[in-house]
Design a protein around this ligand. Structure first.
Ligand SMILES: CC(C)(COP(=O)(O)OP(=O)(O)OC[C@H]1O[C@@H](n2cnc3c(N)ncnc32)[C@H](O)[C@@H]1OP(=O)(O)O)[C@@H](O)C(=O)NCCC(=O)NCCS
Length: 153
């Protein structure tokens, strides 16, 4: 079991994103990190080890809802040896908090049906599910659009 006593969350900078992209143990996950004024991208460190990250960006809903915006989660990932200890939920809750602060209407994401862990994460956080079929290069499958509506005072 890895130690968790020095867990901290940091903003992802351009140089940190470059490091994540260069670290092939993350596969191509780093390429989904977006940086900029309409983005929220943070990572979790345990000591000097980067153990997970999330990246979301703001986008308007389509007409006739274009006066509303959502935070779309482009990537969330936690290293296998650090999973199931609340880091994914904490990354997600910080993103939800950012979306609330910016008065966004909802937080949304997409997961294919084989992403059992992610589907459990959305479920635990109270997201709703909408099944969506897709076909990629002749392969048929399905996934879920997941949405968490946000209430504002
Ligand atoms: C999805 C992911 C980010 C979750 O990170 P995590 O740090 O393990 O998440 P948490 O510890 O906060 O778990 C939150 C909940 O998710 C669900 N969950 C997580 N892992 C699960 C698993 N292996 N099986 C079933 N449910 C799981 C559980 O409901 C869990 O709550 P619980 O531990 O109280 O039962 C992580 O599993 C991951 O990186 N997966 C691979 C990448 C991925 O699929 N990303 C999403 C792409 S859409």
């Amino acid at each position: 079991m890895e130690r968790m006593d020095d867990l901290e969350y940091r903003e992802i900078t351009h140089s940190l994103r470059d490091q994540i992209i260069a670290d092939k143990s993350w596969g191509n996950a780093g390429e989904h990190i977006r940086l900029g004024p309409d983005c929220f991208s943070i990572c979790a460190f345990v000591g000097e080890d980067l153990v997970g990250f999330i990246s979301a960006f703001r986008r308007p809903l389509p007409p006739p809802l274009a006066d509303l915006s959502e935070a779309f989660i482009n990537i969330i990932v936690v290293r296998p040896s650090y999973q199931r200890r609340g880091i994914g939920s904490s990354l997600l809750q910080r993103t939800v908090q950012w979306a609330r602060q910016h008065r966004l209407y909802q937080v949304s994401a997409w997961s294919t049906e084989d992403r059992i862990e992610a589907i459990g994460l959305w479920r635990k956080a109270g997201f709703g599910f909408r099944r969506q079929e897709f076909e990629v290069e002749g392969r048929k499958g399905y996934g879920f659009w997941v949405v968490l509506p946000l209430s504002h005072d």
